[in-house]
Design a binder for this molecule. Structure first.
Ligand code: NAG
Ligand code: NAG
Ligand code: NAG
Ligand code: NAG
Length: 339
């Protein structure tokens, strides 16, 4: 989802940043669950982000609802794929499929402009929302739009490029001329201009470019970034919050659905906006997630630091990062805990 970025880095906070980074380095490491890849360095321009070892999940949980939807968007801004069960990975949800079939993952394909490497989204070309990606065998995917389709081999390695995604430069592997010309024809009506990139499984680094966010959202971490998702590997939305929003919208013609938020996990049976209070989330009997930031849309902030950062952007849903892996499926109980 779009995060409205406000540049609020203030020179006078520099000393605080250094102190905070120092304090975090001093924090005791514990509870090693998933190996950290966060690099700590002496560069004061970068904020050291929390690592999983620094976090401690609760031991007691309370059920607040159950999973009513699981979605991935293999192409950023493309059509959603509904799943009934999914694997949780450090970069987001992954399809569980037959052996020998390439599992689809969340937002691993991205479209960008050839000339300046800037990514494009459904805001630029609404047709993107109807582009479907299907897995074809063990190493290929099919892209389709209406009756147009193309099958391409997913690049395993190959030359990496940097694409420009808002404040970040993110690495990508080009998917080749054929797909480039196919997508350019669909979206631009000509043979070239756009390229498609594939995720090379590298961890993004938000410690410098999103320093403003990190200063306010203390539980945000490099390890919670996804592939080409906006900021987070997982977005969870409570169905009842969407229902509640619709009662405020009033006019049925303008009703929104949970699909408008392009979330990965949809929870039913929780009170409206209860996500705000969720410090930790467990799904099923194993997967544990750390919520760290509201997704800004549709509701206003009361906290003054959040307000300074997000402006008047309303909230719907929560960005959460993976702490303990586990399979999750429709109907699984959702628990919250605090610590
Ligand atoms: C996914 O499920 C939702 C309902 O939960 C439905 O509206 C939508 O059409 C489905 N999408 C696809 C691509 O099957
Ligand atoms: C896909 O399967 C073919 C044989 O069907 C095999 O030669 C190839 O190595 C496999 N590729 C991957 C990426 O597993
Ligand atoms: C970070 O998480 C802890 C619980 O693990 C919570 O008490 C704290 O309020 C969170 N901090 C922020 C800024 O959200
Ligand atoms: C959202 O929270 C309310 C309050 O518990 C709950 O009644 C509702 O079931 C939740 N909705 C979802 C989708 O979990």
């Amino acid at each position: 989802m779009e995060i409205q970025q406000k540049n609020v880095v203030i020179a006078t906070t520099a000393a605080m940043v250094i102190l905070t980074a120092f304090g975090l380095i001093m924090l005791r490491r514990r509870n090693k669950k998933i190996k950290s890849s966060t690099v700590v360095d002496g560069n004061t321009d970068k904020l050291k982000t929390l690592v999983l070892e620094d976090m401690k999940p609760p031991t007691e949980w309370k059920q607040v609802g159950q999973i009513s939807g699981l979605r991935i968007y293999p192409l950023k801004s493309g059509r959603q794929v509904n799943l009934t069960k999914a694997d949780t990975t450090e970069f987001g949800l992954k399809e569980i499929c037959r052996k020998g079939t390439l599992p689809l993952r969340d937002r691993v394909f991205v479209v960008y402009r050839e000339e300046n490497k800037k990514f494009v989204s459904g805001r630029d070309y609404s047709k993107m929302l109807k582009i479907t990606v299907n897995s074809m065998g063990n190493d290929s995917v099919e892209f389709s739009f209406d009756k147009e389709r193309i099958i391409v081999k997913v690049p395993q390695d190959g030359e990496q490029d940097n694409i420009d995604m808002r404040k970040e430069n993110i690495r990508t592997i080009d998917c080749g001329d054929e797909l480039s010309s196919w997508i350019s024809k669909i979206l631009l009506g000509k043979n070239e201009g756009l390229r498609v990139g594939y995720w090379p499984d590298v961890r993004r680094d938000v410690s410098q470019v999103y320093k403003d966010q990190l200063e306010v959202y203390k539980n945000m971490s490099n390890e919670f970034t996804g592939a080409y998702s906006d900021l987070s590997s997982f977005l969870i939305v409570n169905q009842s919050s969407v229902d509640d929003l619709n009662t405020k919208i009033g006019d049925v013609k303008n009703y929104v659905t949970v699909d408008n938020f392009r979330a990965n996990i949809i929870v039913s049976g929780a009170p409206p906006y209860a996500e705000d209070e969720w410090k930790w989330i467990k799904i099923g009997d194993k997967a544990v997630f750390k919520p760290y930031k509201p997704c800004t849309r549709y509701r206003q902030f009361t906290d003054k630091d959040q307000r300074r950062l997000e402006g008047e952007s309303p909230v719907m849903g929560l960005y959460i990062g993976l702490y303990t892996k586990g399979l999750i499926k429709l109907g699984d109980p959702v628990f919250v805990g605090s610590s």
